[in-house]
Design a protein around this ligand. Structure first.
Ligand SMILES: Nc1ncnc2c1ncn2[C@@H]1O[C@H](COP(=O)(O)OP(=O)(O)OP(=O)(O)O)[C@@H](O)[C@H]1O
Ligand SMILES: [Mg+2]
Length: 269
């Protein structure tokens, strides 16, 4: 067995890529947002996805979810090429992921419990009693008080809305959880608590987490690996150490710039 190279850590070659993107091109009209983009997301990892605002992090997420069309390339999820799937196979895959969109508001006219039950009603055929029990389980799982269940989104704080949206994303016991900037708008303590929650859920449920984030604390504390988007492709992927050592100007500015954590601490970690 050859020795592992730093570019391709030993474990990566043996890990199952639950998402495999190759040569992806996405654009709108005259504009190309990404081209020749390759990305693997491994089972059981928390992948932090970074990049300057407007580089296409949300577009990539939506392209993987099949919500924006691609111009070229392949996307495999759970080993299946998502192109040309029958509607039934497509639904089967969609049932295995949960999504918390960047501006993914809850349905404002529905209570938290009803919001959590939306995907359940779409995919499962269960009695109302069972749906209620399942929804309460998800609501407690994300650390919300049971009495939040009957509240409307307008009656919740920003942090509670994020948790309720997470409960909805977990409604169908997904294997992959997509989170687009889940901690934006939260104060640092709220963001830290949300990160801890994600890490705990990842461990206990064995989730794979694809998390777009600008939050350096999240990247340092909960992400197993980080991928950075720039110039329409992945400019670097690896551990936080890889990012800290990168000479790429944007990565340097982001991870070692004024707003970054102390480089000393990061190097010592
Ligand atoms: N449906 C669309 N039609 C046309 N252009 C779009 C569409 N969706 C996104 N874009 C453009 O694609 C680019 C990437 O957008 P995207 O939302 O993916 O950025 P982002 O990296 O998620 O940024 P942020 O960090 O601010 O969330 C932007 O210039 C945006 O205006
Ligand atoms: Mg975005």
């Amino acid at each position: 067995m050859p020795l592992a190279t730093p570019e391709l850590p030993h474990r990566d070659r043996h890990r199952e890529a639950v998402i495999r993107v190759r040569g992806l091109e996405v654009g709108f009209g005259e504009r190309t947002i990404m081209k020749g983009l390759d990305l693997d997301v491994y089972r059981g990892e928390i992948l932090g996805f970074v990049g300057a605002s407007g580089t296409g992090k949300s577009v990539l997420t939506r392209a993987i979810l099949g919500l924006v069309p691609k111009r070229a390339g392949t996307i495999e999820v759970f080993g299946e090429n998502v192109d040309g799937l029958s509607p039934a196979s497509r639904r089967a895959i969609e049932r295995r992921w949960g999504v918390l969109f960047q501006f993914g508001a809850l349905f404002s006219a529905l209570t938290v419990k009803e919001n959590v039950q939306v995907p359940m009603r779409e995919y499962l055929h269960l009695s109302d009693r069972l749906l209620d029990e399942l929804a309460m389980l998800k609501i407690e799982m994300v650390g919300l008080n049971p009495d939040a269940a009957d509240k409307l989104p307008s009656e919740l704080s920003g942090g509670m809305i994020k948790r309720a949206a997470l409960a909805r994303a977990l409604a169908l016991d997904p294997e992959i959880l997509f989170l687009d900037e889940p901690t934006s708008g939260l104060d640092p303590i709220g963001a830290g608590e949300f990160d801890d929650l994600i890490a705990t859920l990842q461990r206990t449920l064995g989730l794979t987490v694809f998390m777009v984030t600008h939050d350096l604390d999240s990247l340092h504390t909960v992400c197993d690996r980080i991928a950075a988007l720039g110039e329409g492709r992945i400019i670097a992927a690896g551990t936080i150490d890889t990012m800290l050592k990168s000479d790429h100007p944007w990565l340097k500015a982001y991870f070692r710039g004024k707003r970054a954590r102390g480089v000393m601490t990061a190097n010592e970690a």
